[in-house]
Design a protein. Structure first.
Length: 383
């Protein structure tokens, strides 16, 4: 056993509590058994597998840290899942993203009707914020919701929505006060069988991940579909993203750790020029840099998660540093791992080739790297 283990809990022990060991063990046991086969290769197969996999995640009690609001537990779970299956990780992440606003701001009735099934994995959730005209600039959302008697009527289009087409429930962000500059946007629970809501097509991503567009046309939901107060939807959505953002970094670390392990295996067993690759100085330099970047990323991720769990108020700066650094580092580490594996690493279905496709989206979703740096610079320059 080498003296240094890249994915060790010891590295991040300063940020964990005693009960986190059990959380990590639960996720590891699940990954070892349920995730031993490779992810589906195409979009259709991924859609067919998703609901069953979500139930398995719930049956393994992996959502207990979401209901408890334990972000370090969510990060440990995502780090482990992402190392084994990017599809399991994204399903877990989107379910957390849909459930957390209900944990923090849902009414008792909404919790009974929707939160419990979300946490039990019997209801597939989706977080529908992004639109063709509103990506990084989420305040530019054009979907509207107007009150009409005892209903809200929603009209608009969402795209790049994870679980679109397989979700049972969409958390939809829509403008309720178009004339106001503040408190313009509200959040609504829209079941998939609501007349006027249609799945407008899949958007096939590089890694298996059900993604797509939905259209809302005169889509009528009851007044109690509103989550929290009218006008606070954007703040609720952004606070949820802020809170869960370190977990995107954790998933990146999981993928990077798996890539580093594959690189170590390959370079310690492959010989060229009469010596193993791992004896060559340039290869050793690359491995050393990969391990150091991974440790740095994990420390930023669990620092941010620890702050979110133990502090009060928004955690924007630490979360932005963790997400941007970890996802960028993971991209480099996975790329280095592929390079070290040589041509076989690029072959379809090789574990590192799968990671290469899976890691890319993390630098984009839940706020791009550039948008995280905008937030970091804003804090640095105090503007
Ligand atoms: C795999 C995946 C899953 C997703 N799942 C969901 C989901 O479930 N729900 C959901 O609502 N959305 C989801 N999204 C959408 C995602 O949140 C958006 O793609 C993301 O916020 C970026 O928006 P955009 O794609 O419109 O890019 P744009 O906002 O158009 O940005 C394009 C480029 O310009 C840069 N840029 C923009 N503004 C600035 C600035 N001020 N300064 C510097 N650079 C800037 C960006 O960083 C980026 O590099 C998902 C995306 C992906 C890839």
């Amino acid at each position: 056993m080498p003296r240094y283990q890249p994915a060790s809990l010891d590295t991040i022990a300063a940020f964990l509590d005693a009960e986190h060991t059990a959380v990590s063990e639960r996720a590891t046991a699940f990954a070892r058994t349920a995730l031993s086969r490779p992810d589906p290769e195409d979009d259709e197969a991924a859609r067919a597998r998703a609901a069953g996999l979500l139930r398995e995640l719930a049956e393994a009690q992996l959502f207990s840290c979401v209901s408890a609001g334990d972000l370090r537990g969510v990060c440990l779970t995502r780090e482990t899942l992402a190392a084994a299956s990017s599809m399991a990780d994204t399903l877990y992440a989107v379910q957390a993203l849909t459930a957390l606003p209900l944990v923090t701001a849902g009414s008792a009735a909404q919790k009974a009707q929707w939160l419990q099934p979300l946490l039990a994995g019997t209801c597939v959730g989706a977080f529908a914020m992004t639109e063709p005209g509103a990506g990084s600039d989420v305040a530019a959302i054009a979907t509207t919701a107007r009150k009409d008697g005892s209903s809200w009527v929603l009209d608009g289009e969402k795209h790049l929505i994870s679980n679109a087409g397989i979700a049972d429930l969409y958390l939809v962000f829509a403008v309720t006060s178009p004339d106001q500059t503040h408190r313009r946007i509200s959040a609504f629970l829209v079941p998939t069988d609501t007349p006027g809501l249609v799945f407008a097509g899949a958007q096939v991503a590089a890694a298996p991940h059900p993604l797509g567009r939905i259209r809302l046309t005169g889509c009528r939901v009851p007044l109690d579909a509103l989550v929290d107060d009218e006008g606070v939807g954007l703040a609720l959505g952004l606070a949820t993203l802020d809170r869960l953002r370190p977990s995107v970094g954790a998933a990146a670390c999981g993928m990077a750790g798996r890539a580093l392990a594959a690189a170590l295996k390959h370079t310690t067993t492959r010989s060229q020029f009469g010596s193993t690759l791992s004896d060559m100085p340039l290869v050793r330099d690359t491995l050393a840099r990969m391990a150091t970047e991974l440790d740095a990323a994990r420390l930023l991720v669990y620092r941010a998660a620890h702050r979110a769990d133990t502090g009060s108020g928004r955690n924007t700066l630490a979360a932005a540093m963790a997400k941007s650094f970890a996802t960028e580092a993971a991209q480099r580490i996975v790329d280095d791992a592929l390079q070290l594996c040589g041509g076989v690493g690029l072959l379809a279905g090789h574990p590192v080739e799968r990671l290469y496709r899976a890691v890319r989206g993390l630098r984009i979703y839940e706020g791009t790297t550039e948008i995280q740096r905008v937030a970091i610079a804003r804090a640095l320059l105090d503007d």
